[in-house]
Ligand binder design. Structure first.
Ligand SMILES: [Zn+2]
Length: 319
């Protein structure tokens, strides 16, 4: 037998060994690639667990001190799944990908002139809507809300338009029933009208469940009929709420209670936390005689903090 044929079995074994080694390397590389490139879905990232389950808010305290554990403890989009090698999707405003059209963590698309929201409104849980007093975000945005509707002046609307600001208006029927047409101008200017009860009873939390529901559902029905849009947010008179009220709000078809942690009042700013506006702050104002001074105080604080005024419904994508 020729010498080269005599060695072929050994060559074959060597070749098999090399092929096996290459195969092992390829398989290992494939496993690494899958592990390195797997990213949890938006749904996995947006765990709503912190949103409502920790709330023992049988009664939020007075409006001036009301805090929302749901808002402050639910940075849902910033919690990666264990073991995932995902990259941070929110951070300092300077790192926000303004050219992106979708935030991979939240699934939110660009609806705000280059700003892709990094927060998703928690869902209704155990039959109760979430409570927002501030949006947990690092993005340089602030939200203006204006309440009641007791004072109606064209000049106030003109001031908002002059500054290019749109706000969420929490109106009560008792203040606006005689002049719903007045607020059509606000709607035409891009503001949105939300729910602040029928009668603005400051003892709202002590009403019966049936009475509370009548106040909430009644105003939602009224606004839907008058303005052609059912409100998505509810604000209780004075701010305090209970778990029962959160349930009633859900049953009336709304998505969240919206309170606040800062307000423009008597020509100045009041902060429940800190000494200035923070990213994601929800600011309370009123249609009052001092509206121009309040708005000036808000604008001064907003500019000092370098924040952009954004419509809350736009930011949350819940028009
Ligand atoms: Zn009010």
């Amino acid at each position: 037998m020729p010498r080269h044929l005599d060695r072929s079995p050994r060559r074959g074994a060597l070749f098999s060994f090399i092929a096996l080694a290459v195969a092992i390397v390829l398989v290992a590389t494939g496993i690494w690639w899958v592990a390195a490139h797997f990213e949890p879905t938006a749904q996995e990232l947006s765990q709503p667990g912190a949103s409502t389950s920790s709330l023992a808010d049988s009664t939020a305290a007075d409006s001036t001190s009301a805090h929302s554990p749901s808002a402050s403890s639910a940075p849902a989009a910033s919690t990666p799944a264990p073991g995932a090698t995902t990259t941070p999707t929110q951070g300092p405003a300077s790192s926000i990908p303004t050219s992106a059209t979708t935030n991979p963590a939240t699934g939110r698309v660009d609806t705000l002139d280059g700003l892709v929201p990094d927060y998703v409104l928690p869902p209704i849980e155990n039959g109760m809507v979430p409570v927002l007093t501030k949006i947990p975000t690092e993005q340089k945005v602030v939200f203006l809300t204006i309440d009641d509707g007791a004072v109606k002046r064209d000049s106030d609307l003109a001031l908002l338009q002059k500054h290019g600001i749109r706000a969420s208006l929490f109106l009560a029927k008792t203040f606006i029933a005689g002049s719903p047409d007045f607020y059509q101008q606000y709607i035409a200017a891009g503001h949105l009208i939300e729910n602040h009860t029928m009668s603005h009873n400051l003892d709202f939390i002590h009403l019966s469940y049936a009475q509370q529901k009548a106040e909430i559902c009644g105003m939602a029905d009224f606004e839907e009929q008058q303005f052609g849009r059912r409100p998505v947010f509810f604000r209780p008179p004075g701010g305090p709420y209970t778990m029962a009220i959160r349930k009633a709000v859900a049953e009336c078809g709304m998505k969240a209670i919206v309170d606040w942690e800062s307000k423009a009042n008597a020509g100045g700013m009041d902060y429940q936390v800190g000494a200035g506006l923070r990213p994601g702050d929800i600011v309370l104002m009123h249609f009052r005689p001092e509206f121009p001074a309040d708005l000036a105080a808000f604008l001064k604080a907003q500019k000092a903090a370098g924040l952009k005024v954004v419509l809350l419904e736009d930011y949350l994508g819940v028009k």
